[in-house]
Design a protein around this ligand. Structure first.
Ligand SMILES: *Cc1c(COP(=O)(O)O)cnc(C)c1O
Length: 406
């Protein structure tokens, strides 16, 4: 069935819908679970093997995934405006896939210093052992052109960053990398791929932890890599096959199901997070609120230029650098569970002490003096969330009073 030209939400809703058979059929893509693929003849088997060896997106074995996987790949390729997608068993797995696909012993890569912190562990525990050098740089302050070496094979960014949501000037950074022939990969998890299109702004690879907003219900671990060219697809396909990365058809189905409501969920996360961020700005004990959609945020101008919306993550720093207030605040919350992930329907809070900010590279840039609390603002009634935060701040104030009295 062809539906004719369609806008991005329409395409997201119908990507992968199976064709009618004998005049009828299900709305949803079936979950095709299998380890073994059957072939009608030896010749058909050989033919598909040849296609796969030539890099085509066909399955000769269950590890490659079947219809459910293809439908998810197609939908996310379309969402990101790319050439081809690869599925990984987690967001971190998707990041490692990109690093291993593009970097060899002796190679050098430039990495934004505020990237998702576990990337540094991949560096320290795996890449260094393989003789691959990652160099961390502050994309807002250092000159990327001056840092690129003859052996630089990748620039890796994340925008906005994971804890303080610094927005990078992606078009400017991508232009420099392109000039020097270095591919640029970006972690696009924050935007869900809906509010930000890195490939249209010069990135060559967009990575998402689909664990977060794409799946959207805190019930799937998954990562997706979308590349912009056949040459990068060939490199990714080789590494993907060598690493034996595979996800279940059930998880591919859940991500596809999440995608259908990505635009409406993100719009609601944005509304609630904006309300919470504005409210936090008015609180006497709050030093600073980090949310790019606020006009006062340092990244606001870039965000307005390059993003069409903001997601549900809001961080704030307490005025008091003693972490007792922040700990009492998070412990007192009732609607915000304490949790490190985000992107599901529910609200979460995470305390990031200064050591953790250092892990995220913030010692080099704008480290707040005290602890930061990161909120994932969920789809609950926003007045309930604000009332919860208010009672949390009262607990925090009492904790500080005890400290001052002691
Ligand atoms: C969560 C996250 C990841 C890792 O995803 P997992 O599925 O948890 O491995 C990568 N990047 C960002 C920005 C994330 O928030």
């Amino acid at each position: 069935m062809t539906r004719g030209p369609a806008g991005p939400a329409t395409r997201l809703l119908h990507a992968g819908t199976p064709p009618l058979r004998d005049g009828s059929g299900p709305v949803n893509v079936p979950v095709v679970r299998t380890s073994t693929v059957r072939f009608g003849s030896v010749a058909a088997h050989e033919d598909l093997h040849r296609q796969r060896s030539a890099g085509e997106r066909v399955a000769t074995y269950g590890r490659h995934g079947l219809d459910t996987h293809r439908a998810l790949e197609d939908a996310v390729t379309d969402l990101e405006g790319g050439h081809r997608a690869f599925l990984a068993p987690s967001g971190l797995g998707a990041i490692s896939l990109v690093l291993l696909a593009l970097l060899s012993p002796g190679d050098h890569a430039l990495v934004a210093d505020s990237v998702y912190a576990p990337v540094r562990r991949v560096d320290q525990t795996l890449l260094q052992r393989l003789g691959i050098e990652l160099e961390y740089f502050s994309p807002a302050h250092e000159d990327l052109a001056a840092l690129i070496r003859p052996k630089t094979r990748l620039v890796y960014l994340e925008s906005p960053s994971s804890l303080l949501f610094e927005v990078l000037d992606l078009p400017a950074l991508a232009a420099i990398a392109r000039d020097r022939g270095v591919p640029l990969a970006m972690d696009n998890t924050w935007s869900g791929g809906w509010f930000h299109k890195p490939l249209s702004l010069g990135a060559n690879i967009s990575i998402q932890a689909s664990t977060k907003y794409i799946a959207g219900h805190s019930d799937v671990m998954q990562g997706i890599v979308v590349v912009d060219s056949p040459a990068l697809a060939a490199k990714l396909a080789t590494a993907h096959e060598a690493l034996g990365l595979s996800i279940s058809a059930d998880d591919a189905y859940l991500a596809l199901r999440g995608l259908r409501t990505l635009p409406v969920r993100l719009a609601q996360h944005q509304r609630h997070a904006t309300e919470v961020a504005r409210w936090l700005q008015q609180q006497a004990t709050v030093a600073r609120v980090y949310y790019p959609a606020l006009p006062e945020d340092a990244g606001h101008a870039l965000w307005r230029r390059d993003f069409s919306g903001a997601s549900g993550l809001v961080s704030f720093a307490f005025k008091d650098s003693d972490d007792r207030a922040a700990r009492a605040f998070v412990d007192a919350l009732r609607h915000f569970a304490i949790g490190a992930s985000w992107g599901g329907y529910e609200s979460l809070a995470l305390l990031a002490p200064p050591e953790r900010l250092r892990d995220h590279g913030y010692w080099r840039t704008q480290a707040p003096a005290g602890p930061v609390v990161r909120l994932h603002v969920g789809l609950e009634d926003p007045q309930d969330l604000i009332a919860d935060l208010a009672q949390g701040l009262e607990h925090a104030a009492r904790a500080v009073d005890w400290k001052n009295a002691a």
